[in-house]
Design a protein around this ligand. Structure first.
Ligand SMILES: [Zn+2]
Length: 213
């Protein structure tokens, strides 16, 4: 079993990186999806998580790690995984290392998306979406041809309520605080491969492919 961990700030384009890796045969593991599935199947972990979430509590590391353990133990030897949104804490990173070692697997590397926070803010606060058809625009980088209206049906475009500068900066601050210790942890193991996310998508894709070589 081989694994890659994907780290990067919100809005840096993790989806693009995930697409490239999925094309290369990695299974995309999102803890949010796993959690929803456990809850749907009413497994013991799912019921525990649901009970906590219903009371407005965070799902503890033990539950998240338990789900990942279940997934990895049930997978075949040649499987390749891309972890997205996990590990989020140092404890989770250590647990993941133990888990991978116990299955004789390898953590190949950590893909770290790097993008100046100002560039992310500019990207996110300029984003406009059409509520009707889902088209996404950017006031500077991809403006609609028709002023403030959607090109498809001419309906009004809206800004997502969490795409304000204040909210975006708050999210970035949380990311930095939470993730900085993880980056040091993986740097000490010489596993970090930086990817420049502040460039056109085609260039990001090329960098991701290079990082796999
Ligand atoms: Zn539209």
């Amino acid at each position: 079993m081989n694994a890659v961990v994907l780290l990067g700030p919100p809005g840096a384009g993790k989806g693009t990186v995930a697409e490239v890796l999925v094309d290369k045969g990695y299974k995309h593991v999102s803890t949010g999806d796993l959690l929803r599935e456990q809850i749907r199947l009413e497994t013991p972990l799912g019921l525990e998580a649901k009970e906590l979430m219903d009371r407005g509590r965070f799902v503890p590391d033990s539950v998240v790690v338990g789900m990942i353990r279940g997934l990895l133990e049930s997978s075949d030897f040649s499987a390749k995984y891309l972890f997205d949104g996990f590990p989020r804490t140092l404890v989770q990173a250590e647990k993941l290392d133990e888990l991978i070692a116990s299955l004789n697997g390898t953590l190949e590397h950590v893909a770290l998306l790097e993008c100046p926070f100002d560039a992310i803010v500019e990207r996110l606060i300029g984003r406009r979406t059409c509520g009707k058809c889902g088209s996404v625009y950017h006031v500077t980088f991809n403006p609609p041809s028709n002023g403030e209206l959607c090109d498809v049906e001419g309906c009004a475009l809206t800004q997502r309520p969490d795409d304000t500068e204040e909210t975006v900066r708050e999210r970035l601050a949380v990311y930095e605080k939470q993730t900085a210790p993880l980056i040091s942890y993986y740097e000490a193991k010489n596993l970090v491969r930086p990817i420049n996310a502040n460039q056109p998508i085609s260039a990001v894709r090329a960098d991701v492919l290079k990082s796999l070589a």
